[in-house]
Design a protein around this ligand. Structure first.
Ligand code: DX5
Ligand code: ZN
Length: 477
């Protein structure tokens, strides 16, 4: 079954439900129409129906099922009611066209209600060829074993990750373990999770065999500005999580020093290879605005931040190809300030070396030399090694285009930096400049070698392309 987002409209005011559903239909259509060949979430509407008895609130009116069905949505009805049959909830939901009816295991006459629903389902199938999905929901404290003996009577298991009755609650962390267990125990059932799901924790649930994810506030709160963006983010995240997890984690953990005391300490690898992340970012970047990358930059997962860096790199390259100079200037400034607002998340050498030449380097090249030096000053003096490193690797773009002044300016400023990561980068830049300006690089090394010994990594990388005699003759050890 296609993974789906089941959008809960619980937190909406009644009167805004019809307009919201129409708007949501449009936004879902927009996502589906994106010409990017990744599997996107299928979108359905989740009706949280309450009787102020089983839970102390009233939920959504069943009436609105008709509106959702008229808009072509699949409807999933979550009955948080003590008496689904006697109080006519089942009857009405079926009459209004629901595709799925979910009752709670904890209601008094659970067994008889479940059998009634089962018969109803058979009848609808026989008489109208209508497929009604029967779901059973359990509260956080209910054990999934309790449902085992009924498993042939229902096809969906809805696991509450919050206490039923309210939207906008916090995801109960140990639900994740329960989802794993449920997946194993109910192999052929639809597993659905409901409550407190957002960008941060959705990764856990989709990686533990969940088929359907109920999302309420993450999509309905301030939906005028966030609805499309958050829906898009969830689809981008899904496409990342759909990638194979075949990265050599132990090797890359060392390479990125994601170890105690290492410069990558505390980072987390998902296990997705760089080529896979790159090819996905190369697909997605044209369909997303920079701010969609926010949550990916903020992510504790390394590959999520890498995805964001590659998207921004591609966006800047696109901007450079714009014919309209005014537009180019405006878009490059916007993208650059967005890059700077997320700079603290670019916190390992694979991230800096991806984004700095493409975003910082290309942006500086659009500025006057004075302006570029002004911008670079705060990078050079930063205590953050990654920010200093970005100022150096950004110069590779200058050097590749044959420019030498800014590269020499930066290399001079950071020539005696105590960090090897900076020394290596300075060496690379000088090596790159050497390709077009050999004499100047030799002069640079010789003239700066007097005061203090140039760090050996600078020398070894900078002189890599030099002939033996050049090395020996000019560059003192
Ligand atoms: C609780 C409801 C909520 C709702 C989801 O009874 O079932 O879980 O649908 O709401 P959010 O996503 O806001 O937690
Ligand atoms: Zn619900």
């Amino acid at each position: 079954m296609k993974k789906n987002i089941s959008l809960s409209i619980l937190k909406l005011d009644k009167k805004e439900i019809p307009t919201f559903l129409k708007r949501y239909r449009e936004e879902v259509q927009r996502i589906e129409n994106l010409q990017i060949n990744v599997e996107k979430f299928y979108n359905i509407i989740h009706f949280d129906v309450m009787d102020a008895n089983f839970v102390p609130n009233v939920g959504v009116d069943l009436e609105y099922i008709k509106t959702a069905k008229n808009l072509g949505f699949y409807v999933d009805t979550h009955l948080m009611v003590s008496n689904p049959i006697g109080d006519k909830y089942v009857e009405k939901a079926i009459e209004y066209g629901t595709d799925d009816i979910t009752i709670h295991y904890e209601i008094e006459n659970f067994e008889s209600v479940l059998s009634y629903l089962y018969e109803k389902k058979e009848l609808l199938k026989k008489k109208y060829d209508r497929n009604l999905v029967i779901g059973v929901s359990i509260k956080p404290k209910t054990n999934i074993e309790a449902l085992k003996k009924y498993k042939d009577k229902f096809s969906k298991l809805l696991i509450m990750s919050v206490e039923p009755g309210l939207g906008g609650q916090k995801y109960i962390e140990d639900t994740t373990q329960k989802l794993k267990q449920a997946r194993k125990m109910y192999k052929d059932h639809i597993i659905q999770v409901d409550g407190g799901i957002n960008f941060i924790n959705v990764k856990e649930v989709i990686n533990n065999g969940v088929d359907s994810i109920v999302v309420g506030s993450y999509l309905t709160d301030s939906y005028n500005i966030k609805l499309y963006k958050n829906l898009l983010k969830l689809n981008v995240l899904k496409s990342i999580e759909d990638l194979p997890k075949n990265r050599n984690i132990p090797f890359d953990t060392k390479l990125l020093q994601i170890v105690k005391g290492g410069y990558g300490e505390g980072d987390l690898l998902v296990g997705i290879s760089v080529p896979d992340i790159r090819s996905l970012a190369n697909k997605w970047y044209k369909y997303i605005d920079p701010d969609i990358c926010d949550d990916f930059f903020f992510s504790k997962y390394h590959e999520y931040r890498q995805f964001a860096c590659i998207c921004l790199s591609n966006m800047m390259k696109n901007i450079l190809n714009l014919k309209d100079e005014i537009l180019k200037k405006e878009k490059s400034i916007n993208l650059f300030s967005y890059f700077e607002s997320n700079i603290q998340y670019i916190n390992n050498w694979d991230l800096t070396d991806e984004i700095a030449p493409n975003v910082l380097g290309n942006f500086l090249l659009l500025q006057s030399e004075i302006e570029a030096k002004k911008i670079l000053k705060k990078y050079i003096n930063s205590k953050n090694i990654w920010i200093r490193r970005m100022s150096v690797v950004a110069c590779l773009t200058y050097a590749r285009k044959g420019y030498k002044d800014i590269p020499f300016f930066i290399c001079k400023k950071l020539l005696y930096d105590k960090e090897v990561l900076i020394n290596k980068a300075v060496g690379w830049v000088l090596r790159e400049v050497y390709k077009k300006h050999p004499r100047e690089v030799i002069e640079f090394l010789v003239s700066n070698n007097d005061e203090e010994k140039i760090p050996r990594f600078v020398i070894s990388y900078a002189t890599e392309k030099m002939s033996k005699e050049e090395k020996n003759k000019y560059v003192k050890r």
